[in-house]
Design a protein around this ligand. Structure first.
Ligand code: TGC
Ligand code: FAD
Length: 392
């Protein structure tokens, strides 16, 4: 892969709206991605392997629990800083951002929000440093968009719970030390349980042959009569609203992350268009290419403004699930369209691993599917504005 020459577009001077802390946090993440992610990520994506050596760096830039209080090992930052960190990481690779999203919003968040003090103290500091890595098990082979139908279940055996079932498409599963697993009790009520690697009957086979998110490890979580200690149940919230609450936080991060992938595609295409000569001129001189580039920067700017306002609402505790859905859906769709257009600007070079665009484009096929598909988010908006759920 070529040297990382990324220059971030800021067409509407958004930097003027960020605090000094936001800029410091963002620039530290930006530099780290340039130094430690860009030089290696293409090779890891090509060999379909997660680069475990970057876990320490992710922890150092505050990507594990950015908004978790410092007393539990988190970075104690606000939601805009969290968004900016996700943006910068996904500028490098969506799979790396996935690892950070899962650790922060799908593992640390539920333990912090629904866990008791003992659980917080036991797990959060080790998750914040990356000493322990986590995964989040909601999706099942027969239940993706409709998690309420989940079949994974646990029984109260008096001194422990007995857990049976399987989760599919789980980011970080092949190497996770713990998994936050959503399962039904005998009454059919959904609860969160912390399952630890090493518990008998718990296995995490890896899913191979992905054309997307190749630098992220994806797998299954299989529970075959796993004895889970009673103290591992998250006591603070149950019902489907508990896992959906975690998704709000992760989807918010993705709304920012997708901007990073789009910015990288745009920046690469702009530079290439100014340098590549055809018919005696840089291709950037042709109106057709200018149209593509002008539309890209317009869409990126709109997405940045959407994410910034959502960040303000999130900081005030006012961001609704439907507002988060709209931003996730819009910004990922914007990024995947930009990746496709940017790839065309690079002609044949666009399909090679010399440039990041094709990798972003393939990654975004997962991002537009996970954390609620493009269609599900449209239905969430539809339900919110009409008051009529159309999911079934
Ligand atoms: P519905 O009847 O709408 O809701 C059930 C209960 O949950 C409450 N609720 C929420 N609570 C908190 N936060 C939210 N965001 C909530 N949304 C809903 C709701 O009020 C209700 O409460 P109650 O007390 O009345 O029972 O549920 P439904 O079964 O009709 O489903 C609605 C639907 C389709 C929108 C939902 O199931 C959904 O979002 N489906 C998509 C599934 C999904 O996003 N899965 C993601 C899996 S994790 C993942 O992909 C990680 S990838 C990570 C990475 O690598 O980056
Ligand atoms: P389905 O639900 O079968 O949907 C198939 C199609 O039908 C979609 O286009 C969908 O929009 C459409 N559809 C479904 N229902 C409706 C409806 N009511 N109306 C209209 N259209 C509908 N899950 C986790 O729990 N943890 C993870 O860490 C995790 N990581 C993932 C990593 C990757 C790389 C991928 C690809 C997925 C991951 N997921 C994870 C799972 C992800 O959340 C699901 O793939 C997603 O929710 C969609 O579920 P599904 O794949 O079963 O598709």
């Amino acid at each position: 892969m070529r040297p990382d020459l990324f220059e971030a577009p800021d067409y509407y001077n958004l930097d003027d709206l960020f605090t000094e802390e936001h800029l410091l946090v963002r620039d530290a993440a930006r530099q780290w991605v340039k130094r430690d992610v860009s030089p290696i990520i293409e090779a890891y994506a090509q060999k379909a392997e997660f680069p475990k050596q970057i876990i320490v760096g992710l922890a150092e830039i505050g990507a594990f629990g950015p908004y978790i209080p410092e007393e539990y090992g988190g970075a104690g930052l606000d939601q805009i800083s969290y968004g900016l960190i996700m943006q910068e990481i996904e500028r490098g690779d969506s799979g790396v951002r996935s690892t950070a999203s899962v650790q922060s919003s799908l593992v640390m968040y539920p333990i912090f929000t629904y866990g008791n003090e003992e659980q917080r103290k036991k797990y959060l500091p080790k998750l914040a440093t990356g000493e322990w890595m986590g995964s989040f098990g909601l999706t099942e082979p027969n239940h993706g968009s409709n998690p309420s139908g989940m079949e994974t279940k646990f029984k109260d055996m008096g001194d422990h719970y007995l857990l049976n079932g399987a989760k599919l498409w789980i980011s970080n599963s092949p190497f996770c030390d713990i998994a936050v697993v959503w399962a039904k009790n005998e009454a059919g009520r959904i609860h969160g349980l912390i399952v630890e690697r090493g518990m008998e009957g718990f296995s995490t086979p890896e899913t191979h042959n992905k054309w997307s998110l190749r630098a992220s490890a994806t797998g299954e979580l299989i529970f075959d009569n796993v004895k889970v200690p009673k103290e591992n149940l998250l006591p603070g919230k149950n019902g489907l609203g508990a896992p959906l609450g975690c998704l709000d936080s992760a989807r918010y991060g993705i709304a920012w992350g997708a901007i990073g992938a789009a910015m990288d595609c745009y920046d690469t295409a702009l530079r290439y268009a100014k340098e590549r000569i055809q018919f005696g001129k840089p291709i950037a001189a042709f109106q057709l290419q200018q149209k593509k580039l002008a539309e890209m920067i317009t869409e990126i700017t709109k997405a940045q403004l959407l994410a910034f306002r959502l960040g303000q609402l999130k900081n005030e505790g006012k961001a609704s699930t439907a507002q988060i859905s709209m931003a996730k859906r819009n910004n990922v769709d914007m990024a995947i369209k930009i990746a496709r257009e940017a790839r065309q600007i690079l002609g044949g070079m666009g399909i090679t691993g010399e440039y990041s665009i094709m990798r972003h484009m393939m990654n975004l096929e997962s991002v537009i599917t996970y954390e609620g598909t493009h269609d599900i988010h449209l239905l969430i908006t539809g339900s919110d504005i009409t008051g009529i759920p159309a999911f079934q």
